[in-house]
Design a protein around this ligand. Structure first.
Ligand SMILES: [Zn+2]
Length: 70
């Protein structure tokens, strides 16, 4: 059993090179940055009408207590 790192065969999702231990799953800081940038720009592009799940949005109690209207 000399294969101590079977999981090390991960490939960089950005350029496809073998991932580096320090930047797994990326091959380098550059690729990690690229991915981070993509992720961030993707997040900022999304119109955030809804609040993030970790921050409960204050619901207007009006819309729920209007069962009076027939
Ligand atoms: Zn890469």
């Amino acid at each position: 059993m000399n294969k101590e790192s079977k999981m090390d065969t991960a490939k960089c999702p950005i350029c496809g090179k073998p991932a580096d231990k320090s930047y797994v799953p990326f091959c380098s800081k550059r690729c990690a940055d690229i991915d981070l940038n993509r992720w961030l720009s993707g997040v900022y592009k999304i119109p955030t009408n809804e609040a993030p799940t970790d921050a409960p949005a204050p619901l207007p109690s009006d819309s729920e207590g209007d069962s009076d209207i027939a």
